[in-house]
Design a protein around this ligand. Structure first.
Ligand code: SF4
Length: 315
């Protein structure tokens, strides 16, 4: 469902009403077709962009959905399209799939990553509007959100040619200002874009830190205090967040959390779900908090915990 009006903060800050929660049932399996991946610890095989994954069924469901990790596809449990898949499938292409109309395939695959970036921006803008301290820029945030949402409703031709990087750049300045207002007075560390790969940060005091775009791959963040830290675009792949406190983090996404390690003691923002793979046989704590293409046999074991997808390639 799409927000019918941007006049009400309650509406614009609700990811579900903004259509930012992935609904794989309404998608033509776009992340399983349009995006490439390489054989690695995350994916068992190579796949070119535009080539349907061999595990994708005719009904656009993943045939190994409940066994992705055992079958060598943990990367598929990480990605989040922010609802871009269903927007392209049902709005841009009005329910006509690339299987029904193969002539649309090339452009549909090109539009999908553009739409994903726009939806990711909508997610951040909606979150920024929940930050009380960012009230001085709320009007500008609402305008940016309305403009971005409008772009998502453009035609495939317009979307394919859209300079999404320029739009991201303009919105990013606004998000940065909102973040600064939210973290003002906390005297957080300045680590924007820092190379912290494998860093030993156990128990570190990172409250209110600026970790925008930081490389935290494999970092030991056990027990770290990350409250109110800005983690937009931070690469948390394999970072150990066991026992860490991330409450009040700014611009942390489900995909980032899914890519990290953690445990039952990790404290997350209320809007994010604890990944099932953090706890043995665990289930997500937030109803509908995850995503995932249901398996061909209807199974939904990983559905509530980020069940299908692919690691974001940019960052
Ligand atoms: S979820 Fe992963 S393994 Fe399953 S069809 Fe999609 S890309 Fe293939």
């Amino acid at each position: 469902m799409t927000c019918p009006s941007f006049s009400f903060q309650e509406c614009v800050t609700n990811p579900r009403e903004l259509g930012l929660l992935a609904d794989c049932e309404s998608c033509f399996g776009l992340c399983c077709v349009a995006l490439p991946f390489s054989a690695s610890a995350d994916f068992a095989v190579d796949k070119a962009g535009g080539q349907p994954c061999h595990n994708l069924s005719d009904d656009f469901r993943c045939s190994i959905h409940t066994r992705l990790r055992e079958r060598g596809f943990p990367g598929c449990t990480v990605f989040d399209c922010f609802g871009a898949g269903q927007k392209v499938s049902q709005v841009t292409y009005e329910g006509r799939s690339w299987r029904e109309e193969p002539g649309t395939a090339r452009q549909m695959y090109a539009v999908f990553p553009v739409m994903r970036q726009l939806h990711e921006l909508l997610w951040y803008l909606a979150e920024a509007l929940t930050l009380e301290a960012a009230r001085p820029v709320h009007d500008a945030l609402r305008s940016a959100l309305a403009e971005t949402e409008g772009l998502t409703r453009e035609s495939a031709d317009v979307l394919e040619k859209l300079d999404v990087a320029a739009h991201r750049g303009a919105v990013n300045g606004l998000l940065l200002r909102a973040s600064e207002l939210a973290r003002a007075g906390l005297k957080g560390k300045e680590r924007r874009g820092a190379d912290l790969i494998g860093a030993r940060l156990r128990g570190a005091g990172l409250r209110g830190a600026n970790l925008r775009g930081a490389y935290l791959i494999g970092a030991d963040l056990r027990g770290a205090d990350l409250r109110q830290a800005d983690l937009i675009g931070a690469d948390l792949r394999g970072a150990d967040l066991s026992g860490a406190d991330l409450t009040g983090c700014v611009f942390l996404t489900q995909a980032q959390v899914n890519a990290a390690k953690g445990d039952t003691a990790t404290r997350l923002p209320a809007s994010l779900a604890r990944p099932a793979h953090w706890t043995e046989g665990g289930a997500a704590e937030r109803a509908g908090g995850g995503r995932g293409r249901r398996s061909a046999d209807g199974g939904g074991g990983e559905r509530a915990a980020g069940g299908r997808g692919r690691r974001p390639r940019r960052r």
